[in-house]
Design a protein around this ligand. Sequence first.
Ligand SMILES: Nc1ncnc2c1ncn2[C@@H]1O[C@H](COP(=O)(O)OP(=O)(O)OP(=O)(O)O)[C@@H](O)[C@H]1O
Ligand SMILES: [Mg+2]
Length: 316
Amino acid sequence: MSLLEVTDLAVAAGSLQLVDGVTLDVRPGEVVALVGESGSGKSLTALSVMGLLPEALRVTGGSIRFDGAPVHVTGGRDMAALRGNGLAMIFQEPVSSLNPLMPIGDQVAESLIVHGRATPSEAAKEAVRMLGRVGIPDPERRAHQLPAELSGGMCQRVMIAAALISRPRLLIADEPTTALDVTIQAQILDLIRDLAREEGTAVLMITHDMGIVAEMADRVCVMYGGRVVEQGRVEAIFGQPSHSIPRCCCARSRAWTTRPSRSCSPFRAMFPAPGTGPRVAASRPAATGPRHSAMPRPPCPMGRIAWPAFTPCPRA
Ligand SMILES: Nc1ncnc2c1ncn2[C@@H]1O[C@H](COP(=O)(O)OP(=O)(O)OP(=O)(O)O)[C@@H](O)[C@H]1O
Ligand SMILES: [Mg+2]
């Protein structure tokens, strides 16, 4: 059974539909990569699961289930209990996600204390150990420092430690290693992979890095213009992507492996803003409809790949 089930999720800012009919699932111990161009709705999908959407945005449709139970996407106490115990997220913006006035060791230890899983002194020791595991040098001394005393990459590692310390059942990692150098990046990815293997942690990994996808993910879910346009096993998508967007991604995968998305701006600029792109198939098949519905293909942003006008919707 899936640990996380997102069905037909829709998120809007007023009348602008930013996420439109997203359906995906993650099973225990599985790593699912959520990929897609900048602005395609990956982070908003993740924030909806965490109940942490920004003020101006609303979930306008669909459902989210965690371990079979509905998640209250509007936040509240249920969500607070779920976060830390069952769900943890590594955010895309590490510095703004840390409390500037709290020593980093306390921030890493916090979820263990809040959820009654350790005494303050046990939690402090575990926090130092975790800071060491994510590659913070001299963790005992660093644990007393404030975020402002650390570099951006160090802050990212602190946030990773804070997410992993509670041994979550589902870890959502939003571009977890973009600000890190390759050695630390490999160390963090190993840590996440070990957690998935040893503890059956499910991982929803948001990334632009096709190298990470190929190396870590069991399945890939491709977003475009607020919608999921293709999903399937990594071998299948890399081997024979049926949609134009993953085709382009795969064609560029070598470049994406070594460079973060920001370097792809000419490519990114060609993607539509959510709500303005072409319609793709609804995420759920019609009750009486065929197994595969047809969906129009968005134009290839590289303008080079030829394909027929319609492709089977892999999600139907
Ligand atoms: N607070 C907000 N108010 C209005 N629009 C927003 C807000 N946050 C995000 N958006 C818009 O929603 C769309 C999806 O944003 P999202 O952050 O989910 O993209 P993303 O796929 O994570 O992109 P990236 O790869 O750059 O992180 C974008 O067009 C973005 O501009
Ligand atoms: Mg994002």
